[in-house]
Design a binder for this molecule. Structure first.
Ligand SMILES: Cc1cc2nc3c(=O)[nH]c(=O)nc-3n(C[C@H](O)[C@H](O)[C@H](O)COP(=O)(O)OP(=O)(O)OC[C@H]3O[C@@H](n4cnc5c(N)ncnc54)[C@H](O)[C@@H]3O)c2cc1C
Length: 397
């Protein structure tokens, strides 16, 4: 499906330390999962449950990817997914398990939709949150899985000693990394669960992608998103009528604003009112290439817009921060459950993520499951993880 992996690499790692081998077997080596978002984590959990060794490499300092919680003092702010809702069979299964373990609980603060004419309706979906933020979901999935943070996978190639193995080279650990583990990893199989552009860049180290594979990547399109977080003094009335007790407001049909949420209403004993405001892709476009103060200035401007829309004093914040998602939401997907590369000619290599199927957590979970099923079938030395009909993600927790 893609070009021969034996083409010369742009940069070949040198001085590779080769671990002691148990005979010629590669079974003792792990399946390496690149990316600790939902797709990578659910796949890693399923493979671990089936008896495979796994190791996760994550470029950032935490788990969850776009399921992202930022701490601000004692506040926990969900900067990505605002609440968990049952978007499909898999997100319902996982939610059941997470509620059972006390990770998620129902969020009863009302969620409203506000249209361009100022009409307000109440959203009827069931919503679940975690008191310390939704990244608790990713932490529950990681549990005892081996994971290395601050490891950005940069180059892939085949092991020079055993061509049945993949080798992943990561950039140097950041200075704050507490240990000095090797920055090269050998794997009997690879699961790339980063967003499509990062995955394509990583695959480039194997040579030119073949046209069919390149077509899948070329088909994927993301929309950017700007996340504004803000905190308020107790004297600012964010519950002015008719918004008493609100938890979330979705701006229907708005070109710039997507939604607002009251983050302090997700946790007990929040020290102050705090909100997250998300833009649409169109609303993020004017700011997406700005840096520093110019990017920061987007925060007050967007809060003013939200203030005008709701008549709430959202523009009177004590502090404001802006986070930029260049690859925020999938606007056009590859159209495959997961992307299998190289077929039987290569050691197993598969890509997964929401971008394979569509936007959102259900797509990420479906793709992670599909990739795990492929790998378990291809490696074949452990019982297969359950087929779709028997699969229950709640049992993973
Ligand atoms: C603001 C916002 C709000 C959203 N709201 C909702 C919502 O309400 N409902 C919903 O269903 N969905 C929502 N989504 C979408 C949802 O977050 C995603 O669909 C889902 O989390 C994607 O999971 P993933 O595992 O496919 O990718 P990601 O979460 O992007 O995970 C990929 C991981 O790979 C890591 N990575 C990337 N490159 C490398 C590398 N080279 N080496 C190592 N690691 C790497 C990243 O750091 C990341 O941890 C929202 C997204 C955003 C941005």
């Amino acid at each position: 499906m893609v070009a021969d992996p034996n083409v010369p690499l742009a940069e070949r790692p040198r001085d590779v330390e080769t671990p002691d081998r148990e005979g010629d077997s590669t079974e003792h080596l792990p399946i390496v999962v690149v990316g600790a978002g939902l797709a990578g984590l659910v796949a890693a959990r399923l493979l671990k449950a089936a008896g495979y060794g796994v190791e996760i490499l994550e470029k950032s300092r935490g788990t969850g990817g776009r399921l992202n919680t930022r701490r601000e003092g004692t506040l926990h702010l969900d900067r990505g997914v605002r609440y968990w809702s049952d978007r499909g069979v898999l997100s319902r299964q996982l939610r059941r398990g997470l509620v059972g373990r006390g990770v998620l609980g129902p969020w009863t603060s009302p969620a409203y939709c506000l249209d361009g004419q100022g009409n307000r309706t109440v959203a009827e979906d069931s919503r679940y949150v975690a008191p310390n933020g939704l990244s608790a979901i990713a932490k529950a999935l990681v549990d005892d899985l081996p994971i290395r943070f601050n490891r950005r996978a940069m180059l892939l190639d085949r092991s020079p000693i055993t061509p049945d193995l993949w080798r992943v080279r990561c950039d140097r650990p950041r200075p704050d990394a507490s240990t000095e583990p090797p920055d090269q990893f050998e794997a009997r199989a690879l699961l790339l669960a980063a967003p499509a552009p990062q995955t394509a860049a990583l695959l480039n180290s194997l040579g030119t992608l073949d046209p069919q594979c390149a077509h899948y990547f070329a088909n994927v399109a993301y929309g950017p998103c700007l996340t504004v977080t803000a905190g308020y003094g107790m004297d600012v009335d964010l519950d002015a009528a008719p918004w008493q007790g609100w938890g979330s407001i979705t701006f229907e049909g708005d070109r710039a604003l997507a939604w607002l949420s009251r983050e302090d209403r997700k946790q007990v004993d929040a020290p102050e009112p705090a909100i997250v405001l998300q833009t649409t892709a169109e609303g993020a476009e004017p700011y997406i290439d700005l840096e520093g103060d110019a990017l920061a200035a987007a925060g007050p401007a967007l809060l003013k817009l939200a203030s005008d829309r709701t008549a709430l004093p959202l523009d009177q914040a004590d502090w404001v921060r802006v986070h930029r998602w260049r690859y925020g939401t999938v606007q056009r997907a590859a159209g495959v459950p997961c992307l299998i590369l190289g077929g039987d000619r290569w050691p197993p290599l598969v890509c997964a993520g929401d971008w394979c199927i569509g936007d959102g957590v259900e797509a990420a979970l479906q793709s992670g499951v599909a990739a795990a099923q492929y790998l378990a079938k291809r490696l074949g030395d452990r019982p297969l993880i359950p087929p779709d009909t028997d699969l229950d993600l709640a049992a993973l927790l």
